[in-house]
Design a protein around this ligand. Structure first.
Ligand SMILES: Nc1ncnc2c1ncn2[C@@H]1O[C@H](COP(=O)(O)OP(=O)(O)OP(=O)(O)O)[C@@H](O)[C@H]1O
Length: 267
């Protein structure tokens, strides 16, 4: 349960073919994410953030280059990688327990240890008494907690989080940020978060990758200062250096937007 994996992205380019021709969504991305690291990907709309997650999950294979997990080439989706999205995609006709067990069912895992782990996770997320409830009886924040349990139930080494908080109100979002970081760090999971929210990225991450568009490339790879990393996301915002880093990342966004993408050089 505490297994962690590295992600190695080497010389990755992704070209999409559409009616107008070809479009380079990502160009020559080299990135290594360490076991247990929490990394956020930020950047303007269309810079290739979701494409990068799709490549790590094995839903897409890169046009060139390679994506590996602990040195093993990823060519198709693998249970080692869990994916959590903005929408919870819970089945309305299934109870909460039945929803969180879906991934286990698909993998044919009906063993007692897996069931016990699901019960433990539901309790940890404050959902124990809702195991027999249906999704419509839960708030948006609770439903995202259910989605987190469903993702963790199959014990992936890596979690990909694609804007999982964007549909939530501010207070719920802050609470869920805390819960996710605590839960993933306690289990040593490697995590990659895509977000448009700079302060969320700083508060949750060990490292932040800034992408620039047209074509998508790495503009900056920023390590979050230690005092901020050590703090829970809710308190990270009060730490020294938080606002300075926010301003630095904000100015990178402005630079990319001024140049309309395709900007070279460091911020
Ligand atoms: N299947 C596809 N076919 C053609 N073009 C695509 C496809 N998927 C994505 N794109 C294009 O590739 C670029 C990168 O898309 P992607 O969704 O990865 O960006 P993003 O940074 O996640 O954007 P957003 O922040 O708006 O979600 C965009 O210009 C998008 O229109």
């Amino acid at each position: 349960m505490t297994k962690a994996s590295s992600i190695e992205i080497s010389g990755v380019s992704q070209v999409y073919v559409n009616r107008k021709g070809t479009f380079a969504a990502l160009q020559h991305i080299d990135l290594r994410i360490e076991p247990g690291e929490f990394v956020s990907i930020i950047g303007p709309s269309g810079c290739g953030k979701t494409t990068l997650l799709s490549l790590i999950s094995g839903l897409l294979t890169p046009t060139s280059g390679s994506v590996s997990i602990m040195g093993e080439l990823i060519k198709r989706p693998t249970p080692r990688v869990g994916y959590m999205l903005q929408h919870d995609y819970l089945f309305p006709w299934r109870t909460i327990k039945e929803n969180v067990c879906l991934g286990l069912e698909l993998l044919g895992r009906k063993d007692e240890a897996s069931q016990a782990y699901v019960t433990e996770l539901l309790a940890e997320m404050g959902l124990a008494e809702f195991a027999d409830a249906f999704p419509h009886q839960l708030s948006g924040g609770m439903r995202q907690r259910v989605a987190l349990v469903r993702t963790l139930a199959t014990e992936p080494d890596i979690l990909l989080l694609d804007e999982p908080f964007s549909a939530l109100d501010y207070q719920t979002k802050l609470q869920l940020e805390d819960l996710i970081v605590t839960t993933l760090k306690a289990r040593g999971k490697t995590a990659v978060l895509v977000t448009h929210d700079i302060s969320e990225a700083i508060a949750m991450s060990d490292r932040i990758i800034v992408l620039q568009p047209n074509p998508g490339r790495v503009l900056a790879d920023v390590t979050v200062p230690e005092p901020i990393r050590q703090a829970q996301p809710l308190h990270a915002r009060e730490k020294e250096g938080f606002h300075e880093l926010f301003r630095r990342l904000w100015s990178m966004f402005e630079q990319v937007e001024r140049k309309g993408g395709g900007a070279d050089g460091t911020p």
